[in-house]
Design a protein around this ligand. Structure first.
Ligand code: MTE
Ligand code: MO
Length: 417
């Protein structure tokens, strides 16, 4: 296995221009020579100004509602989640309306004036808070990913060649969330010494409720958010308030939060017994596997795209529930050799990090793969090692390396390895 330093931006700019001029006409990224305004379109008059802006009519971009493993493109009425179009996004932040959504009984439209958050249980002073109460408190803003534990389940058992990266990995998104630190609320109610767990419960019909261990990390990092990318939460994402649990299972980020109860043991709700429990190869079940693992995926080129021989730029995202991404390596020969990709800065802990690397495709069939390593030294496993450890019975926390195969016509397809 070979490994090299990430390329400098200057080097890659020179390579792109050289490659482009060497084979004009065969490449997508080939700037033409020009020096007058006759080579650019004329100026155009503009539309009237409005209260909020929309995407360009030339941009086709949207989430896809899906009905769970294997069933795609369903009637939105039956959908259990709506996936982020990772292949069409750039940078690291997901636009609010394209943040993936997983709602177990639809998104209720709660009236913020009536909504309340009850904090009780093993506390000195049980209290109930309005949205305005929270907004009057000191706030934190943090860019973090939220990822459904089901992300990737499409590829655990088999690889449907016709899946896009939106199908395979569209249950992860990164937003800036704003709200009140859990620690601040805990200090207000004064939790008892024996309080080791917190039950967080949503105000939707599904009654989603999870037991959360009060570790130092969680007490330091969790917060009750009312803001999303600079504005109030969208209804789909928990308006008027949700719990944000950086680095942990999507399911713990309770939306439409209405209650936090403190206690000395977990409540064993159906969400942590029947659901979100992992049946291991030996028949035993793993409960409370709460952290989202080190992960990455190439988003371009990716499933169902087409490339041409010559210069291609490979880009994707990496993320880890353990902290910052330290390194992403890319292989263009089916995981035989690896090169280190450039990371886009700033690299934030528990947030998506963009990576990119240059590639000259020789036109021969091959496979491209990415592999991330986080600051704690966790390395994203290949699919074989992942299955050797986890077996095939489980459904959640799939974080194996994603392979895209490329045939002689440049068609990119989902592949197992
Ligand atoms: N109250 C409530 N909270 C919830 C859910 C829900 O259905 N109801 N879904 C959970 C699941 S399974 C996930 S993955 C995340 C999804 O958050 P998002 O829809 O904002 O992406 O919210 C979690 N919080
Ligand atoms: Mo989820």
């Amino acid at each position: 296995m070979s490994e090299s330093e990430p390329e400098s931006p200057t080097l890659s700019r020179r390579r792109m221009l050289n490659l482009a001029s060497a084979s004009i006409g065969t490449l997508v990224a080939s700037p033409a020579l020009a020096d007058t305004l006759a080579d650019v379109p004329p100026r155009e008059p503009g539309a009237d100004l409005s209260a909020h802006s929309e995407r360009s009519k030339f941009v086709q971009i949207g989430r896809i509602p899906e009905a769970g493993p294997g069933k795609r493109k369903v009637d939105p009425d039956e959908a259990i989640n709506s996936k982020t179009p990772l292949q069409k996004l750039v940078g690291s932040i997901t636009p609010s309306d394209l943040h993936y959504e997983r709602s177990h009984s639809g998104a209720p439209e709660l009236d913020p004036d009536k909504h309340r958050l009850l904090i009780h249980g093993l506390v000195q002073k049980p209290l109930v808070f309005s949205v305005d109460d929270l907004k009057a408190m000191p706030s934190v803003s943090r860019v973090v990913f939220i990822e459904c534990t089901g992300n990737g389940w499409e590829n655990w058992k088999k690889a449907d060649p016709n899946l896009t990266v939106q199908n395979t990995h569209g249950l992860v998104s990164t937003n800036e969330w704003t709200g009140v630190p859990l620690k601040f609320l805990v200090d207000l109610v004064g939790i008892d010494r024996g309080s080791r767990w917190m039950l967080a419960e949503g105000g939707d019909a599904a009654g989603v409720a999870r037991s959360i261990p009060l570790t130092d990390e969680i007490l330091d990092e969790a917060f009750v958010a009312y803001g999303q990318n600079g504005e109030p939460l969208r209804p789909a994402h928990g308006f008027p308030m949700r719990l944000v649990m950086p680095g942990f299972e999507g399911n713990l980020n309770i939306k439409w939060l209405r209650r936090m109860k403190f206690g000395d043991q977990p409540w064993m709700t159906r969400w942590e017994t029947a659901r979100y429990t992992q049946l291991l190869a030996n028949g035993k079940a793993r409960q409370f596997q709460l952290r989202m693992e080190t992960n990455s995926v190439i988003t371009s080129p990716s499933g169902m795209m087409e490339i041409r021989p010559g210069y291609n730029r490979i880009t994707g995202i990496a993320w880890s529930g353990h902290g910052k991404i330290a390194r992403v390596e890319v292989s263009t020969d089916g995981a035989r050799s690896w090169k280190q990709a450039q990371l886009s800065h700033p690299v934030l802990p528990k947030a998506q990090t963009r990576f990119q690397i240059d590639w000259d495709w020789d036109g021969k069939p091959t496979k491209i793969v990415s592999r991330s390593t986080d600051e704690k030294g966790n390395v994203q496993p290949d699919r074989g090692s992942f299955i050797a450890e986890m077996g095939r019975n489980a459904l959640f926390h799939y974080n194996a390396q994603q392979t895209w195969s490329i045939d002689e016509a440049g068609r990119i397809r989902n592949a197992l390895a």
